[in-house]
Design a protein around this ligand. Structure first.
Ligand code: DGT
Ligand code: CA
Ligand code: CA
Ligand code: ZN
Length: 581
């Protein structure tokens, strides 16, 4: 049972409790506990065995009891009980935007329906509109949301969000009377998937209607979801929701902080404010009155987010770190963290060529790297077992080495170097895909799992352990095999994997392909603690794919990898030295 497994179950309780109409605070306690366990730097198993569950912040006796039951029986009485009471189909209704647990329960009870398609029919027939507190408008909104859900699903990848956010941001910035404008929300925090894009602008109230008018008429907009005095929401042609909020210039710092989130970060910030006799909300920082209420007549002067942090005894917390995962302790003590910048990446590690399933020759990939200003490229085509991806036979490996030698004698004049690499399959028993005398000939071996991703937990851990212990392994590729919003991760205990790799001096890549972003940033604290090395790897199959490095850098920042622990910030010479070690 991994930390993720436990967190998932606790979240399930949280959701089910809401649908069962239980006490909200009791439900939230489960959500908090899930969040805490996801962020743990050690294994929940240790706490179960050592009887130290209640020493974890946010885990009381009752939830500790539930976790122990989960460990012993594979489920929790509280969850089983809820499952008996809440109809199965109902949980899916939570994905319908604009429909909260309260209304879900109301509709379900009144109309005795449980499936989304029944809900859609009930909206169309007028049955939902007739319910008290709902009405025709709500019913129409629900239909729209269901249709959207059917068409697009809910969240999107970060590259898809940026594709919409960048042009919209530029557009709003260019509108007359817009004084300031930035992206907020999960995108500003560099989350790997995005629910909706949030844009915040500062302007005088009198100009807001005109700005919203321009915004909702943007070329990309296909539907206006909502329009008010301070906020408008639109749907773009790619199905993304974009919220624009307009606040006054004086409210802007606090609003930017509030709408950047995360919710969890905001909760702690508000708490810190109260502890210091102040109140923080989306409008600003204020003094508390004698009755301990927000005194809007007594604002605390702040001109930037940094000012607000400073008033609450913190240094500026970069948006990527606002997740309530240790940032408060860190930025109380430290002025800043050394965060990776894209231009510090000197080499392109993990790229495929036409030798396997890449679309460009090695020469073309190398030329593209030179154009983009990189000093080296490691070609890591697929290994022989990955026959579906054109994996290389031993003969082909030797031929490829000859080609790379020839190219290198040519490219050395341009101070560019190609490394001979392989993305070797980790076979079911954990061995690599070639005999030692071939493995020895590579400059770099990236070991990845491409088949048997659903292997049971114990076997999978042994498989990885074996691969990590192989003296030819330099790096683990996309450790969990997840495809964001498409395929679940393999069953792994990443805290343990990070410990093992760190001990062995093996690195775990951050696969920068926005479909993967694997290693997950949530393991950044653990990685920092063990000194884990990484490399920002585009896993490029095309020339354009190299540019995915951008997303990997975002995740590395979020995961708190300082540049020294990122191997491809090294020069070609230093990188080669590390590989030999
Ligand atoms: P997303 O859109 O699901 O990827 O995630 P966010 O973080 O962008 O969430 P969103 O768009 O619902 O709201 C933007 C930010 O606004 C969020 O990060 C924190 C703040 N916020 C929204 N609702 C609440 C709330 O109920 N409580 C608190 N404390 N903050 C909120
Ligand atoms: Ca958002
Ligand atoms: Ca939003
Ligand atoms: Zn791969």
């Amino acid at each position: 049972m991994t930390n993720q497994d436990v967190a998932k179950k606790l979240r399930e309780v949280y959701v089910m409790m809401q649908l069962a109409g239980e006490n909200r605070f009791r439900a939230i306690a489960f959500d908090r506990a899930a969040q805490t366990i996801e962020g743990l730097n050690d294994e929940i198993q240790t706490h179960i065995h050592g009887d130290t569950l209640t020493e974890i912040k946010g885990i009381g006796n009752s939830i500790a009891e539930d976790i122990r039951a989960l460990a012993e029986t594979g489920t929790m009485p509280v969850l089983e009980d809820l499952k008996e009471r809440v109809p199965k189909g109902l949980t899916e209704w939570l994905n319908i935007s604009g429909l909260g647990p309260k209304n879900i329960v109301k509709i379900h009870k009144a109309l005795d329906i449980t499936e989304i398609h029944e809900l859609k029919e009930a909206c169309q027939s007028g049955a939902v509109a007739d319910l008290p507190g709902l009405g025709k408008k709500s019913a129409e909104k629900i239909i729209k949301s269901i249709e959207y859900l059917e068409k697009f699903g809910e969240r999107c990848r970060i590259d898809q969000a940026i594709e919409v956010a960048e042009p919209m941001l530029d557009f709003v910035r260019g509108i007359d009377n817009v004084l300031k404008c930035e992206v907020a929300g999960s995108l500003r925090r560099s989350a790997e998937t995005i629910g909706d894009v949030d844009i915040l602008a500062a302007a005088e109230a009198e100009h807001a209607p005109g700005i919203f008018e321009r915004f909702v008429n943007h070329d990309l907009v296909v539907e206006i979801l909502g329009r008010g005095d301070t906020k408008s929401s639109v749907r773009t042609e790619s199905g993304r929701q974009v919220d624009l909020r307009i606040v006054s210039e004086s409210e802007y710092p606090a609003a930017l902080m509030y709408f950047t989130g995360s919710k969890e970060h905001n909760i702690v910030m508000r708490q810190r404010a109260r502890e210091r006799g102040m109140s923080l909300n989306e409008y600003g920082l204020f003094q508390l009155s004698d009755e301990k209420e927000t005194d809007f007549d007594q604002p605390v002067e702040t001109e930037s987010e940094a000012d607000i942090y400073q008033k609450l005894d913190l240094n500026f917390v970069p948006p990527e770190h606002r997740e309530d995962r240790g940032e408060f302790e860190f930025y109380e003590e430290n002025e800043s963290m050394d965060l990776l910048e894209e231009d510090q990446i000197k080499g392109v590690v993990h790229a495929h060529s036409t030798w396997s399933d890449g679309k460009y020759s090695i020469r073309e990939m190398a030329d593209a790297c030179i154009d983009k200003g990189y000093e080296y490229l490691t070609i890591t085509d697929h290994s022989k077992t990955a026959s579906y991806a054109g994996g290389l036979t031993i003969d082909q490996v030797r031929q490829q080495w000859n080609e790379i030698d020839e190219l290198n004698s040519e490219f050395s004049k341009k101070n560019f170097r190609i490394f001979k690499g392989i993305e070797s399959d980790i076979l079911a028993d954990g061995s690599l895909d070639y005999p030692d005398e071939i493995l020895e000939g590579f400059d770099i071996v990236i070991a990845s799992v491409h088949s048997g991703l659903e292997m049971e937990f114990d076997k999978m851990m042994k498989r990885f352990e074996h691969a990590i212990n192989n003296p030819y392994t330099h790096m683990i590729g996309h450790p969990t095999g997840r495809l964001l919003l498409k395929r679940e991760e393999s069953k792994l205990e990443l805290n343990t994997l990070i410990e093992l790799t760190s001990q062995k001096g093996v690195a775990i890549e951050i696969n920068a392909n926005p479909r993967r972003l694997d290693l997950d940033w949530r393991y950044g604290n653990k990685a920092r603690e063990t000194g884990l090395l990484t490399s920002i790897n585009p896993d490029a199959h095309t020339v354009d794919g190299i540019d995915d490095i951008r997303y990997g850098v975002m995740i590395a920042r979020k995961a708190k990898f300082d540049p020294e622990r990122v191997l491809n910030t090294k020069s070609a010479e230093e990188f080669a030295k590390w590989l030999l070690k």
